[in-house]
Design a protein around this ligand. Structure first.
Ligand code: GP9
Ligand code: MN
Length: 418
């Protein structure tokens, strides 16, 4: 009923739906938005080397003239890519189990495609997999996407496929004819591209491997570097296509890692590569994924503040100058100073500017050292540092679940004209 919703919407308006940065507001007004979801890309490879070679030379360069958030966390659970999509589209948390894309695909949402659609945007998704994977065809319809270029829109052959399907390079290349059509007929557009090649078990054809594998006891990690590099090259080619066709100038390009690629099953190999002990603290820090906002003509800047996928929707809306003061979100504009100072992971772990909390323990974020003592005691300032956040994070995850499980937005008037 409406009562629980009042409490939740009051909380969201008060605590998690703040006004965006005035400086950045509307900086990309009327521009096309090209959103690239980078499969399994984690931040630890960015600006890092393997066998003495940069793993992601193109992205490293790109970051130099982009806004880059180096402490940006994925917040996905079992719904993997679809969870990352759900979070970005709605600024709500994914489900603690299963995938919202399957379990609640007919809910009322107030999604990014719908909101920008009301502001003249045509929205599309490009992804060369069966359209019903993750129930995307159903959910995309409900979220208000205008078109989904799925597997059937692409020419997929034995030669241009590996692992899960069409390789990223031909995927971007074949997408260009559609993108150019959009560029001629549907401006401004929002186009989400979901890559595929850098997916577990990180298979690659020999001719596509441009760096050697890593050497550790984990075949998964060893090959991860090679498929990450392939994806980096594919994105570079995509940027070249965008420039050659003139789509680049009228667009902003946002790139985001969807979730981790290397699970804690590969602790030993990861700790060898990082040259660090693999602690629970490290595990949380490894949940960082790249978030890059590239606006042609704007200079780059790297931000260290904590951020998460939950913040993407309000950030995009503010960049486009679309008023979202009537929206309800659990994230805040990443360019605003008036923003949330913590990121909640779906399992209840959280990260603040100073602390990392996971598995009932609070860590100093700078040193990674465990803070001894009782988190819930009020007379030990150091030990209780994580305490207040714990309560808020639990409340927030719980509120989000109530919205999703109870389909509560059907009772809320967002004030949009129909
Ligand atoms: C499948 C692709 C990968 O279409 O998005 O899915 P994942 O296993 O990462 O959720
Ligand atoms: Mn994925």
């Amino acid at each position: 009923d409406g009562n629980e919703l009042t409490e939740i919407s009051d909380y969201m308006k008060e605590e998690t739906t703040t006004s965006g940065s005035e400086e950045m507001e509307g900086i990309a007004k009327g521009k096309n938005v090209i959103f690239v979801s980078l499969e399994s890309l984690q931040s630890f490879v960015i600006n890092n080397k393997m066998n003495g070679e940069e793993v992601t030379p193109f992205l490293n360069d790109l970051i130099g003239d982009s806004y880059y958030f180096e402490n940006f966390y994925h917040q996905t659970e079992q719904g993997k890519t679809s969870d990352s999509e759900f979070i970005v589209e709605n600024s709500l948390y994914p489900s603690p189990r299963g995938a919202v894309y399957f379990t609640h695909s007919s809910n009322d949402f107030h999604s990014l495609p719908e909101i920008i659609g009301n502001n003249g945007y045509y929205s599309t998704v490009f992804h060369s997999n069966n359209k019903s994977f993750w129930n995307r065809d159903v959910m995309y319809d409900n979220l208000g996407y205008d078109h989904f270029y799925s597997e059937t829109a692409f020419e997929v052959t034995e030669e241009n496929s590996v692992g899960w399907g069409l390789k990223d390079k031909p995927f971007f290349k074949q997408s260009m004819k559609y993108l150019q059509q959009l560029n001629q007929k549907e401006q401004p557009f929002y186009a989400k591209f979901i890559t595929l090649t850098n997916h577990y078990p990180f298979e690659l054809s020999e001719e596509d491997a441009t760096i050697d594998p890593y050497d550790s006891n984990s075949n998964t990690l060893n090959h991860y570097f090679q498929t990450v590099r392939y994806m980096d090259e594919a994105v570079e080619e995509f940027f070249n296509h965008l420039k050659e066709t003139g789509v680049y100038e009228d667009s902003i390009i946002i790139l985001m890692g969807d979730h981790y690629g290397i699970s804690d099953f590969h602790k030993k190999a990861m700790s060898q590569y990082l040259d660090k002990e693999y602690t629970d603290f490290q595990h949380v820090q490894l949940q960082r994924v790249p978030f890059i906002v590239h606006i042609p003509g704007e200079e780059g800047k790297t931000f260290s503040k904590v951020a998460g996928q939950i913040d993407v929707k309000p950030t995009i809306l503010n960049l486009l100058g679309i008023d979202d003061s009537n929206d309800l979100s659990f994230g805040t504009d990443l360019f605003s100073d008036d923003r949330k100072d913590y990121v909640a992971l779906r399992d209840g772990s959280f990260i603040t500017d100073d602390y990392v909390y996971t598995k009932d323990q609070c860590y100093n974020k700078d040193t990674g050292e465990l803070i001894e003592g009782n988190i819930e005691s009020s007379d030990d300032e150091e030990a209780s540092a994580c305490g207040p956040y714990m309560e808020q994070v639990n409340k927030e995850l719980n509120y989000s679940d109530q919205i999703v499980f109870g389909d509560l937005f059907r009772f809320y008037d967002f004030g949009d004209e129909e």
